[in-house]
Design a protein around this ligand. Structure first.
Ligand code: PHB
Length: 392
């Protein structure tokens, strides 16, 4: 067994190409979905997002995944986060996707419903209801969501389907269904949130039903090679902790495998990637918990993304050693924010720039978004890969 220091990132399997769905990635360093709040007040992408996404796809064959994007206006539950519903939203995303494709990179749209993780004030402005699987409030909130009725659950499945079709129409290479981190699908998975007594709650089978029905319907609509799924088995973020994670995720994986299709990829958040710990203080927790039981059950059906506090050296170790039996890609959120040429930097052993946390969520701002420079080495080697937009 090699130690972490045994593997040099630039010479590791991180740079071995990998097929996902219909797309060939040139390496295994992934730009993961990140909420950045740079959309306009109607949740339509702003032009500055074209540069941000194009720049992060500046090394050809990079998997670029969009920030979580709402499946309906009713699920646009934060200020300035995106949707993919109106014609303006589709056009906004089309331009972003075109810019990523111009750099020969691959684009997946992460799609979600926020449920009780929406801000009630944001919904109230447009008259949308505050909803979840059950009427269980978020911690430290005195506003309880109302439990969705069956018709709303079925409508949610249809909205996932319709949004997936719009993503493909806008040019996306696929969609990633967000079933993690205490958002709506996870609010059905988690027994402390889901207290329903109908076929959508109670047993593991019932709590998993919505995620599985969404996946099934989206696969039917756009084809499994364009479909990915994200889970965070250990996250405690937004009340998503689960005592039965072993049985629950084993069941989910077995049911996905029974669909007998090849998904584009599976995306898993490590215990160390819990946003509840990372967002505010960069502290990774639960370092002892492992994703191995899921990887074993999945058994290389499709490639798997792992995320959660990786550095170039630990990522190389993950693909070479920890997960060597599987086709694994590694996501870098915070480092990719600060380094548009992250892939090139890792390949050429160029030091990484430091991210500036206070600007992660600055509404509509160029600062902390498009002002992180490329390395001089990248600019010399690939001047045309840099998107030309400048701050107005
Ligand atoms: C967030 O907006 O903070 C956020 C969104 C999606 C995640 C995690 C965190 O999966």
């Amino acid at each position: 067994m090699g130690s972490i220091a045994t593997y040099t990132p630039s010479e590791s399997k991180l740079f071995k190409p990998l097929q996902i769905g219909n797309c060939l990635l040139q390496h295994r360093i992934v730009f993961p979905p990140l909420t950045r709040l740079r959309n306009d007040d109607d949740h339509v992408p702003l032009p500055l997002m074209e540069k941000y996404y194009a720049d992060r796809g500046s090394t050809p064959g990079t998997l670029v995944i969009a920030e979580a994007t709402a499946i309906s206006h009713a699920e646009e539950g934060n200020w300035n986060n995106p949707g993919l519903v109106s014609d303006q939203q589709v056009e906004g995303w089309r331009k972003i996707i075109d810019a990523v494709h111009a750099n020969k990179s691959v684009f997946f749209q992460q799609i979600w419903a926020m449920g009780r993780a929406s801000l009630p004030d944001v919904l109230a402005v447009r008259g949308f209801p505050y909803r979840s699987s059950s009427a269980v409030p978020m911690k430290n909130s005195d506003t309880a969501p109302r439990a969705m009725i069956e018709a709303e659950i079925l409508e949610t499945i249809q909205s996932f389907v319709d949004t997936s079709k719009r993503a493909v129409l806008a040019g996306a290479d696929g969609v990633e269904i967000h079933s993690a981190h205490g958002y709506l699908l996870d609010q059905f998975l988690t027994s402390s949130v889901n207290q329903r007594t109908d076929r959508w709650g109670g047993s593991i089978e019932n709590r998993a039903r919505l995620t599985l029905e969404v996946v099934r319907a989206v696969v039917q609509a756009i084809g499994a090679e364009k479909v990915a799924i994200r889970f965070s088995p250990y996250a405690g973020f937004q009340g998503s902790e689960k005592t039965d994670y072993l049985e629950l995720y084993t069941y989910l994986i077995m049911e996905l495998k029974k669909m007998d299709v090849k998904f584009a990829y599976l995306s898993l958040v490590e215990a160390t990637g819990d946003p509840g710990a990372l967002i505010w203080n960069d502290k990774a927790i639960h370092q002892d918990k492992s994703l191995n039981f899921i990887l074993e059950a999945w058994d290389n059906l499709s490639p798997v993304i792992v995320a959660g506090g990786y550095q170039p050296d630990t990522a190389a170790w993950a693909v070479e050693e920890k997960y060597k039996k599987w086709n694994v890609m590694v996501a870098f959120g915070r480092h990719f924010i600060a380094n548009p040429d992250l892939v090139f930097r890792i390949k050429h052993n160029i030091p990484l720039a430091k991210y500036n946390r206070p600007t992660f969520y600055s509404f509509k701002a160029w600062e902390g978004y498009n002002d992180y420079p490329f390395s001089p080495e990248f600019l010399e080697a690939h001047p045309h890969a840099v998107h030309p937009m400048v701050k107005e």
